[in-house]
Design a protein around this ligand. Sequence first.
Ligand code: FAD
Length: 364
Amino acid sequence: MRDLLLPRSNRCPPAASENALGLEASVFTIACSDERGVPIAGRPAELAALRLVGGRDLSLGRLYEGHLNGAQLVARLGTAEQRSRALADIAAGRVFGVWNTQEPGDPVRIAAHGERFVLSGAKTWASGAGSITRPVVTALRDDGTTQLCLLPMERVPAAVDPSSWQPHGMQRSDSFRISFDGIELRASDLIGAPQAYEQQPWFWAGAWRFAAAQSGAVERLFVETAAYLRARERDTDVFQRVRLAEIRIASHAAVHWLEAAARAWSDFDAAETPSNAARVIDVIDMARTAVETAAVDTIARVLRSVGASGLVEPQPFSRLVRDLEMYLRQPAPDAALVRVGIAAVNEALALRRASIASSTGCEG
Ligand SMILES: Cc1cc2nc3c(=O)[nH]c(=O)nc-3n(C[C@H](O)[C@H](O)[C@H](O)COP(=O)(O)OP(=O)(O)OC[C@H]3O[C@@H](n4cnc5c(N)ncnc54)[C@H](O)[C@@H]3O)c2cc1C
């Protein structure tokens, strides 16, 4: 996996030896993207890095996923000046993020006052609030459209509220509420045109990144469980072997789906056609669902395998499971599955036509 992390191109400025996530430079700078928001290191490297960081610590994986997302949004939608500033920020070790989630009654709004823009309202679930310095924040305009804003936090005195953050898992992602009442922005802080954030396939296909981080945690659970059983000489027991086999199959299935999604992304990156766009959404809808299933199945088997003794610190299982259970809850899982169901009928009918055509030698 490590070879995949080495950027193939040197278009990214030399990275500072340290960054605010404490990651090695080769991983941190995968956020360097071309003007279409494609990581310069390539999709396989992006996938490898997300799995690696997610497997180390899922809270860190959440922050890293946001870092890639935010930097890619600026690269794809920003002006040339905003893009080069973002590359300099990455080289300086600054962390990006994306804060979109909010309470319906208190959304972040943006109002124009001549050359200035003023924010109001709050974001919830803002991972890294209080520490990350380059969040991309969605704000509602008067006409109901969404505007992306890149907030240089050193001049944005937003009010962070850590008090209510007592989650089941992912504690260290610091996904706090943050209030932006009265924050002033400049025109140069706005990224892209209204509604650019919701452009497809990027909006829905972004699920690939969180699924990749989740997969890293599933892979880690597999490794830790096998090591735990081996250390207690329980790995040769037939029930434990069967469970390990099932965990291994689930873990590999997650990776296979994510690799299929990486290929769909790469095809779209090579040719941004409507059919490649539809394909990347379809494969990623299936991949995120398959990863969730693999994770839920793995958690059940890990708990059975390690028992209560495995859930006592300093064993890693309690935290790994709680973090994964929490991070699996991502936006619109039902809607993604419904899209897969709609595509299922079209795919099945096409396969049936192809099968009839091949058996009769004529078009079905
Ligand atoms: C650790 C963590 C960190 C996060 N960090 C960030 C961040 O940095 N930035 C950010 O923007 N967001 C962040 N989020 C929020 C995340 O992007 C999702 O918005 C959030 O996790 C979804 O929460 P939920 O499961 O309660 O959603 P819900 O939308 O309430 O979904 C719960 C269930 O209800 C279903 N459902 C959804 N809508 C409807 C409906 N209208 N009618 C009936 N059923 C419905 C869903 O399919 C699902 O089954 C983070 C989340 C977590 C867990």
